[in-house]
Design a protein around this ligand. Structure first.
Ligand code: MG
Length: 350
């Protein structure tokens, strides 16, 4: 099997500001696996929150030779071997996992959702994310989110009330809040009590990842469901969160790909928890891979590709906010021609 890598510079439509960071662009590493004339596509969208960068992901992927992933259809075994080499580079692992699933689907001639035995009609709507910004830009983003039935609003930088007032001045659609670990316990309690009356579905990660005691304290005092994002990475993290968080946010880039995401979904279900599928800022390669799993989720926040203006790929789309899966085999993703292709920069072939 032949592996090649390309760096993609994903330009954001707006500066993407959350409680801990602000970005004008994000970099992904696109992986191509080629075997017998069939190409599998994958993407690593590394997160600085987990100590990763495009450089570190690329370096990790460059340590994988094609023979390590053979035979390509034995995905569990191939990923177990790869994981040993990719210590801590979960986005890089996700890229290989996604590409191997794409390759398998193409070889069998079936879309990934069919390979997983899922009904493509059961995809949920995706929320559309409003980053932290001035009232003028927040209003502009709400206009861009027209047609999406749910908004995800980022908080945690001190202007939370101003942002929520702007949102409510423009729309009465339900809102999901994500504080990205940005609140203290007292602040979270005050904000969540205020948010209870504002048509909010749930609050994601109000407190720092390790503060489970704080989440239990909050849950006893507020009625809004609380979802874990930074507090949960893989399936083995899930059981200790049961009874504290109401649900978990699963991201392929955080957990290492489709295989681990499936384990997380089933573990969460066994623990009586809700499941959300989320994303980083990603191209349509990573987003489409997660979208194929979305018939298993209660909620989707798969809008990373919608927040960039030079998506180098085309795959899953939305219709009135609902995710629409492509019909092609594997991921059903194609690389775009023209200006968006400039986002891709071939960095190595081996
Ligand atoms: Mg989050």
């Amino acid at each position: 099997m032949r592996i090649s890598l390309a760096r993609a510079r994903l330009e954001l439509r707006h500066t993407f500001r959350i409680a801990r960071s602000a970005d004008e662009f994000r970099e992904s590493v696109i992986v191509r696996l080629e075997e017998n004339g069939i190409e599998g596509l994958g993407e690593a969208a590394p997160s600085p929150r987990y100590g990763q960068s495009a450089e570190s992901a690329e370096r990790a992927l460059a340590s994988i030779e094609g023979a390590l992933l053979e035979p390509a259809g034995h995905i569990e075994d191939a990923l177990e071997r790869a994981a040993g080499r990719l210590a801590g580079e979960w986005a890089a692992l996700a890229a290989l996992d996604i590409a191997l699933h794409d390759l398998l689907g193409k070889r069998l001639g079936v879309p990934l959702y069919a390979l997983l035995g899922l009904d493509p009609g059961k995809t949920p709507p995706t929320s559309y994310t409003i980053g932290i910004d001035t009232p003028e830009i927040v209003a502009e983003k709400i206009r861009e989110a027209d047609g999406f039935p749910v908004l995800k609003v980022k908080m945690g930088l001190g202007n939370d009330r101003e942002i929520m007032e702007t949102v409510r001045a423009h729309t009465d659609r339900p809102v999901r809040i994500d504080a990205n670990e940005g609140w203290t316990r007292d602040e979270a309690l005050e904000k969540m009590r205020w948010l209870e009356g504002l048509n909010v579905e749930f609050v994601e990660q109000p407190l720092p990842a390790a503060d489970l005691e704080g989440v239990r304290w909050l849950a006893e005092r507020t009625s809004l469901p609380i979802f874990a994002d930074e507090s949960v990475r893989v399936a083995s993290d899930v059981p200790r969160l049961a009874g504290t968080f109401h649900g978990i946010n699963i991201k392929l880039m955080k957990c290492g790909g489709i295989r681990e995401a499936l384990r997380m979904i089933h573990t969460a279900r066994a623990c009586g928890m809700k499941v959300m599928l989320g994303c980083m800022i990603e191209s349509s390669i990573g987003i489409t891979a997660a979208a194929h799993l979305s018939p298993l989720a209660d909620y989707a926040d798969l809008d990373g590709n919608l927040l960039i203006r030079n998506d180098p790929a085309a795959g899953a789309t939305t219709l009135n906010g609902k995710l629409v899966l492509p019909e092609g085999p594997g991921l059903g993703v194609t690389l775009r021609e023209g200006p968006a292709a400039n986002a891709l920069e071939r960095s190595s072939a081996r």
